[in-house]
Ligand binder design. Structure first.
Ligand SMILES: *[C@@H]1O[C@H](CO)[C@@H](O)[C@H](O)[C@H]1NC(C)=O
Ligand SMILES: *[C@@H]1O[C@H](CO)[C@@H](O)[C@H](O)[C@H]1NC(C)=O
Length: 425
């Protein structure tokens, strides 16, 4: 079992450090930032001592808590709880004057940015030093932004707060400073300057939130970016580093399939779409419409998320997909591996899976739904069912493995989400 996991992961997170180091310093240009996988050779955050098998098990465990976290995002949105446990992709940002470069996790389901600040107790990574920035400013208690954080504490004059997420407690101050993204600069950007973190859930690198709430980068830069961005997530095996995050309406794909973006008041940070059916190969599988129902009262529906690794479907939807895959395997012996319950020692004979949204079909090739061991001897359907009974609540999550090598466009002004194939490998 361990050996199998090892070889599966060896391929999954394959590294060729000697051939890629020259590209690690790529300069971000215009409004486009290079997007890196957190475990890629250029990432300082890639696990050094963690074994591959532990790393896959961790990712799967991370998806579970991620779903719990996404499900917990109910009104009133507590921005302080918007911390994910398993950031997967990172970008470079420059904060302060003169600029201090940080690599932060991109999170499309978070509003706030959380930056580890100098002196932070329990932050393990590189930090931002407010004392070295001439444009740094703590926000006062009476500021409008202070009312957007949960339980602001106003012991002193400045706005601070304590919050918990998963196993971590965090103390942060609400502050403002300039942020530069590629060659764009935004002054007076509001973020949380983390001063203390206990527990293991807080991501070392901090977060950049591209969600839809008031403290999000997108909400703080509407004149510059007009609530529009797109990204292409490179494959986990990538060594070419062509992943990118493009901010603003310029340089966005013109020809792209789109579907309506929905706003769910129950979970207002998240990017909802209307998933209506799933096709496995040529067959639309039998899934009760209730499995996909968008419900503003419960928060149920389907979202695109960059922080979950493997797509999670509510049980009846997952089981219908899984059963059709198994049916097409005509009795080949099925096994499980970690969180995957549909694995084979032979090739999976399903060429495509199509997610059918209102007005947009997205057909995925095997690279987006089959995970294979390096020896090629084991292949698993790389999706999972949501655990039943929890707070969960009918949330389907289209996750990063399924989004790889596609451009995902968020077009706020037109309320559209677009998907186009793009080899950013
Ligand atoms: C956060 O909690 C610590 C104790 O753990 C306390 O000393 C501090 O004043 C609190 N800060 C805020 C902003 O509530
Ligand atoms: C999606 O595919 C189905 C057939 O499986 C087709 O009937 C439908 O028109 C397609 N939708 C779009 C928007 O292309």
């Amino acid at each position: 079992m361990a050996a199998l996991l090892f070889s599966l992961l060896a391929l999954f997170l394959c590294h060729h450090p000697s051939t890629v180091s020259a590209r690690c310093g790529t300069i971000d240009q215009g409004s486009t930032l290079q997007l890196l996988h957190v475990n890629s050779p250029c990432s300082p955050f890639r696990p050094k001592s963690l074994s591959w098998e532990n790393s896959v098990l961790q990712m799967q465990a991370g998806d579970k808590s991620r779903l719990q976290y996404l499900s917990s995002l109910v009104v009133p949105i507590a921005s302080g709880r918007t911390i994910t446990q398993n950031p997967t992709y990172i970008v470079r940002v420059n904060i302060g004057t003169p600029p201090q470069q940080l690599l932060v996790a991109l999170d499309t389901s978070n509003d706030a940015a959380w930056i580890p600040c100098t002196g932070c107790v329990g932050c393990s990574s590189s930090t931002f030093d407010p004392a070295k920035s001439s444009t740094f400013k703590p926000l006062r208690c009476g500021s409008p932004q202070c009312s957007q954080v949960p339980n602001p504490s106003c012991g002193g004059a400045s706005c601070g707060f304590n919050t918990t997420y998963g196993g971590s407690s965090i103390s942060a101050g609400l502050v403002q400073d300039s942020i530069a993204l590629a060659t764009d600069s935004i002054s007076g950007y509001t973020f949380g300057c983390v001063q203390k973190s206990t527990g293991s859930s807080f991501p070392a690198q901090g977060l950049l939130g591209l969600g839809r709430g008031p403290l999000s980068l997108m909400s703080q830069s509407t004149s510059l970016y007009q609530s529009t961005f797109s990204y292409c997530l490179p494959g986990y095996k990538s060594t070419s580093f062509a992943g990118s995050l493009t901010l603003g309406p310029h340089s966005q794909p013109v020809r792209i399939k789109t579907t309506q973006l929905l706003r769910n008041p129950r979970r207002s940070s998240l990017y909802y779409v209307n998933l209506v059916a799933i096709r496995v190969g040529g067959r639309i599988v039998d899934i009760p419409p209730s499995a996909f129902a968008f419900d503003p009262n419960t928060g149920a529906g389907t979202i695109f998320d960059s922080g979950t690794v493997f797509t999670i479907l509510v049980k009846p939807a997952y089981e219908a997909v899984r059963d059709e895959v198994r049916r097409r395997m005509r009795g080949a012996a099925v096994s499980s591996l970690g969180g995957f319950d549909t694995c084979y020692n032979v090739a999976i004979s399903v060429p495509t899976i199509t997610f059918m949204f209102t007005g947009m079909n997205v057909t995925l090739a095997q690279d987006n739904f089959v995970i294979r061991s390096s020896a090629g001897s084991t292949s698993c359907l790389a999706m999972a069912a949501a655990a039943e009974g929890s707070v969960n609540s009918g949330l389907n999550v289209i996750a990063s493995f399924q989004q790889q090598n596609h451009r995902i466009l968020i077009d706020g002004p037109n309320s559209k989400l677009g998907v186009a194939r793009e080899a950013c490998t």
